[in-house]
Design a protein around this ligand. Structure first.
Ligand code: XMP
Ligand code: MG
Length: 187
């Protein structure tokens, strides 16, 4: 059953725009308190976390003094739905990471390989601390022993799109997170 407003390619809406807003607003307030005196460096992972990062930093009220926001790129997917396991990393941030308390913003933690690679890279770059906040946690699929420090929703083992997440670069603009119809990626 597709709820109203959902694309014909979406089998079901998992998290509505209203549910996401409520959860992200609460997460923003929590992080704002915890990082109030730590001048955090927020690093969103492109491209999937661009929407979540934008909403999360605006929900960080009161905004921690000295907070910076930037992005990095990590990719393990091509046009398919299975991770190759080979994580390509481009931590190209023009803001030095050394000595910073990093809040790494992920769209979804799946096998965990990307998260481990990113934490290692940021630690090597001299971050004082690295904590990950994930919008979605696909725990069932984990192959590496890692958990995001903060997460908004547990996600079932289904391929999801929307709120920044894509399939073959499509569906990122949907305001909700939904399960993609399998016939879309088996076309
Ligand atoms: P790993 O396996 O390294 O993968 O934890 C994390 C990255 O894989 C992508 N991913 C998804 N993207 N729908 C998506 O659009 C999904 O259901 C999905 N599962 C994993 C995502 O880029 C994430 O950062
Ligand atoms: Mg990602």
């Amino acid at each position: 059953m597709v709820s109203s407003g959902a694309s014909v390619d979406v089998a079901k809406v998992l998290f509505s725009a209203a549910e996401i807003k409520k959860r992200v607003d609460a997460m923003g307030r929590k992080l704002a308190l915890e990082y109030a005196n730590r001048k955090p460096l927020v690093i969103g992972t492109l491209s999937g976390a661009f929407v979540f990062t934008a909403d999360l930093v605006r929900a960080m009220e009161p905004c921690p003094v000295g907070m910076d926001v930037t992005f990095c790129q990590a990719s393990s997917y091509g046009a398919g739905t299975e991770s190759s396991g080979d994580v390509k990393l481009v931590v190209s941030t023009h803001i030095p990471v050394k000595g910073r308390h990093v809040i790494l913003v992920e769209d979804i933690v799946d096998t965990g390989a990307t998260l481990v690679a990113l934490i290692n890279a940021l630690t090597e770059a001299g971050a004082k601390s690295v904590e990950c906040v994930a919008l979605l946690n696909k725990k069932e699929r984990r192959t590496v022993d890692i958990e995001p420090s903060y997460m908004c929703f547990e996600c079932p083992d289904e391929f999801v799109v929307g709120y920044g997440l894509d399939f073959d670069q499509q569906y990122r603009c949907f305001p909700y997170v939904g399960v993609l119809k399998p016939e879309v990626y088996s076309r």
